[in-house]
Design a protein around this ligand. Structure first.
Ligand code: HEC
Length: 97
């Protein structure tokens, strides 16, 4: 569905809050209770932002993250559309300070 950029960004912010902030934090720093336990990376750093491509951000969100057979993060392929995931990639990029 076509949407103006502004509302796509708003929707991405909302989706981040609903689906991601519990672990990765509202601010993307990963300093939530779960995030600290999971040793999540700080998405506001240039170090993180430079370490990962848009394609990898998209794939991690859509297909989840695995360490061998162990699921580190569940896939969101069934909860979010490709368009929503695309917008979330943009949201993750916006955390850079
Ligand atoms: C239940 C906790 C949890 C939730 C909810 C969660 N994640 Fe994750 N996420 C993780 C863990 C754990 C990893 C793996 C970190 C690692 O490599 O050790 C991860 C990794 C990632 C990565 C790969 C880069 C990295 O940090 O290693 C991306 C991108 C990502 N998450 C985005 C998202 C997005 C977008 C959402 C919401 C749609 C989301 N996550 C929701 C726990 C979570």
């Amino acid at each position: 569905m076509w949407m103006p950029l502004q509302s796509m960004a708003e929707e991405a912010g909302q989706n981040w809050k609903t689906h991601c902030s519990k672990c990765h934090g509202a601010d993307g720093k990963g300093k939530t209770k779960a995030g600290i336990k999971l040793k999540l990376k700080d998405y506001t750093t240039a170090e993180f932002q430079e370490s990962i491509t848009d394609k990898e951000l998209f794939a991690a969100t859509k297909d989840g993250v695995k360490d061998g057979e162990k699921v580190k993060m569940k896939p969101f392929a069934e909860k979010l559309s490709d368009e929503e995931i695309e917008a979330l990639v943009g949201h993750v990029r916006s955390f850079l300070e």
